[in-house]
Design a protein around this ligand. Structure first.
Ligand code: IPD
Ligand code: CA
Ligand code: CA
Length: 267
């Protein structure tokens, strides 16, 4: 295993332990609101601290962007870690056992190492640039489904940006009528990991942040899939609008959502 991936895995497992332990003692979880339908708990912050400590101990010169603490600038501009200590906070707060730790490393602006860890199921999804993607050490690949008929797509609702409800529901309807079914499980990082593992055929969601998707994106790509924005371009990290899947399903999704892209969503 690449030494930087090894550090990421250790950090994700330590943060996962903090989260899994707290999940069993909900009375110790303190919830705060940080925006519209956007919650943070003391556990998100504790988990982020554990990850930051592990990275800084191994690589003190690297930069870190975390959802809760923002940017911690390092002296070496080539290495940047992107972390979501707890992706799926709403599930965590409600007692639904589906959430993950997400850690990615960019080297000179390119995704290089990635970990998505589900601490409840003990599922560790990993990828190193050019080396494929793994689930608990076994190689995973995206499903190369030919069409939407029979496909199951993962998605996320724009619950933090309800102004996009109509646009989103139009896209949902266009796809739902063609697919076998849809899943809204509540963790973008796991949605992408499930695309990589071939558990779902594709994924789309709008309004995401870099830490939701950085690790999942590399895992999908290394599993032989594609990740694009809503027009098939590479502006997804910036726009927050993501489509993922095998080539054919991704093309079908893009075609079906095209009529519902206002200016704001196409960029
Ligand atoms: C959220 C989850 C959710 C997605 C949201 C994200 P958080 O992350 O990934 O599935 O629909 O857009 O913000 O807030 O739980 O880390
Ligand atoms: Ca997230
Ligand atoms: Ca989070």
């Amino acid at each position: 295993m690449h030494p930087m991936l090894n550090i990421a895995v250790r950090a994700a497992r330590s943060a996962g332990n903090v989260i899994a332990r707290a999940f069993e003692q909900q009375d110790k979880v303190e919830v705060e609101s940080k925006g519209s339908n956007d919650f943070v708990t003391n556990i998100d912050k504790q988990a982020e601290q554990v990850i930051v400590d592990a990275i800084q101990k191994a690589y003190p010169s690297h930069s870190i962007v975390g959802e809760e603490f923002g940017l911690i600038e390092g002296t070496d501009p080539d290495y940047q870690w992107i972390i979501d200590p707890l992706d799926g906070t709403t599930n965590f707060v409600k007692g639904i056992p589906h959430f993950a730790v997400s850690i990615a490393l960019k080297v000179k602006g390119k995704l290089d190492q990635a970990v998505v860890f589900d601490p409840i199921r003990g599922e560790l999804f990993t990828a190193s640039r050019g080396k494929g993607a793994q689930l608990n050490g076994f190689r995973i690949r995206v499903k190369n489904s030919k069409e939407l008929t029979g496909a199951v797509l993962a998605t996320g609702f724009p619950f933090k940006k309800k102004q996009h409800t109509d646009a989103y529901l139009n896209m949902f309807k266009a796809l739902f009528t063609k697919t076998a079914d849809m899943r809204r499980a509540g963790s973008a990082a796991l949605d992408l990991a499930y695309v990589a593992a071939g558990r779902v055929d594709g994924y789309f969601e709008m309004g995401l942040k870099p830490w939701d998707t950085a690790a999942g994106e590399l895992i999908v790509i290394e599993a032989g899939g594609l990740v694009t924005d809503f027009v098939g371009g590479h502006n997804h990290a910036k726009s927050g609008n993501h489509v993922a899947g095998g080539t054919k399903v991704l093309r079908e999704i893009l075609k079906d959502i095209r009529p519902y892209l206002g200016d704001a969503l196409a960029k």
